[in-house]
Design a protein around this ligand. Structure first.
Ligand SMILES: C[S@@+](CC[C@H](N)C(=O)[O-])C[C@H]1O[C@@H](n2cnc3c(N)ncnc32)[C@H](O)[C@@H]1O
Length: 231
């Protein structure tokens, strides 16, 4: 069970709450529409299925957005605790949770101070969220904390265009200027795979995917889909 979000210490023991609300009301409404189109027309729905295949036990989903993963969890999952800090996104996620085939609890909180107990999850899921969190290292250290030893981190993230210097320069320029302001704090030039390794996870397998698969590559096209284990 997640610790209630209004617990005085966010469930972590001592001190004031360490999570806060993220507010991107315009982006949340825009993303709610765009994400459904991307799922059906850009192949993202199939990537979500691959991301979640074979999961079992208790799962923590980070930055669940409008909850598009929920209906895709396999029945071997006993419970999903879905953390989402943005109020509009969270309302949409709660509606999706009702229709999911597995129990899903949508909980306010941020990646940097997860309101759940240590070593209490069999798996964690990050989908298109490490680009947006305020502190990637802190977020991954929190995921490491809440996973049981040997627990699995599944990730589907976009990041820097490796081996493409012009595109990666464009990405870095966008990240310094308009992109995070327009797209809910998103950054295009982060390096999710190295961040995951740097946080002490052992990457078991991954593949790089372009989204959309056809047409010119865009600053957010460079995705990595894979899994890692907590040692
Ligand atoms: C691009 S959306 C992705 C939503 C969803 N994971 C999906 O696959 O469609 C990024 C999400 O990360 C959430 N987010 C932003 N900052 C966060 C933080 N510090 N902790 C947790 N989630 C955060 C946003 O509210 C938003 O729901």
């Amino acid at each position: 069970m997640p610790v209630p979000s209004n617990a005085p210490d966010g469930g972590r023991g001592g001190g004031p709450p360490r999570y806060s609300t993220v507010r991107h009301p315009l982006f949340a409404r825009f993303y709610a529409r765009l994400s459904r189109v991307s799922d059906t027309r850009a192949g993202v729905g199939e990537h979500r299925d691959e991301l979640l295949a074979g999961l079992s036990g208790r799962v923590l989903e980070l930055g669940a957005g409008n909850g598009l993963n929920f209906a895709r969890y396999p029945h071997t999952v006993s419970e999903v605790v879905a953390i989402e800090p943005e109020p509009h996104m969270r309302r949409l996620a709660a509606e999706e949770a009702v229709q999911a085939g597995v129990p899903v609890d949508v909980v306010p909180g941020t990646a940097e101070a997860l309101p759940v107990k240590s070593e209490s999850f069999d798996a964690a899921v990050c989908a298109l969220v490490l680009c947006s969190v305020g502190d990637v290292r802190r977020a991954l250290s929190e995921l490491h904390r809440v996973l049981r030893p040997g627990g699995e981190l599944r990730f589907y993230e976009h990041g820097v265009a490796e081996g493409r210097p012009v595109m990666s320069a464009v990405q870095r320029g966008l990240d310094r200027t308009v992109w995070p302001r327009l797209f809910g704090g998103c950054h295009t030039a982060r390096a999710p795979l190295s961040e995951i390794r740097g946080a002490g996870f052992e990457v078991s397998g991954f593949r790089r995917v372009l989204v959309p698969a056809r047409g010119p590559a865009l600053p957010y096209s460079f995705h990595v889909l894979g899994s890692a284990r907590r040692g």
